[in-house]
Design a protein around this ligand. Sequence first.
Ligand code: NDP
Length: 277
Amino acid sequence: MKDRYAVIGNPIGHTKSPLIHGLFAQETGEDLSYTALEGPVEPADAFAATVRAFIAAGGKGMNVTAPFKLQAFALADERSERAELAGAANALRFEGGRIVAENFDGVGLLRDIEVNLGLPIAGKRVLILGAGGAARGALLPFVAARPAELVIANRHVAKAQTLVAQVVADSPLLACGYRELAAMGHFDLVVNATSASLAGELPPLPPGVFSATGAAYELVYGKGLTPFLRLAREAAVPRVADGVGMLVEQAAEAFAWWRGVRPQTRAVIDRLTVPLD
Ligand code: NDP
């Protein structure tokens, strides 16, 4: 029997994960099956029961998407440091009766920015908008990339402050609200890790946060020029990108974690890219 993997979420109809992992399996010659599972949101213990049934049927690992990332984290017997800080899991591995939780969203994002887009973080002023699961997952990999400054801005400032307080004291990290950004000058990289674009909204950014020699990155993908990316374009930011590369890179990290072989990502990113204009 083939090793079984799946992505679990609700809704799950939109997912690209079976396509991505199918292409990875083809390219690496790994013999596995990968399906999409619509997880039950009720009753409260139904998610755990679905995961355990998948394990009993030969499941080796899962990707986890909304709204189950917190439940997947809670269900695990072991958690990586990245998952701990995020308080959320986006990948699970099942080994010897144990459930291990990881969070590859942040490493996937960083790899897309540094490797695919060729924008090293070291020594740069970086602004991350949002303090939800995706921003939390991104924090440790970003700190490890040694930016000169890393500012986390969120509507509910306390959430950003709590997050920053959990990271080592000597990191160049600052939490703030949107209004305080007005006095902070421009940033080399602005990352929109809010879900504002999903509703066609824009975080209340003051003018001047973008740099005319910098970059803007939107985590939402496949939606063309979101209000955030449009604002960056209007500010003449030369490099703008959406999150399709992050999606593929986090998938590649999970694949490597499960199978011990890292797939190539370029062709898969190209295949899934929806032009911004
Ligand atoms: P969460 O629901 O955990 O967090 C949402 C964040 O967005 C919060 O910080 C919230 O602020 C903020 N927010 C929502 N609406 C607005 C608004 N109108 N203005 C300003 N801030 C706003 O979401 P996630 O962190 O899990 O995901 C964030 C985004 O990243 C989603 O769009 C998701 O699709 C995308 N994503 C993309 C991935 C990829 O592979 N490309 C992977 C993971 C996520 P507050 O706390 O103040 O309410």
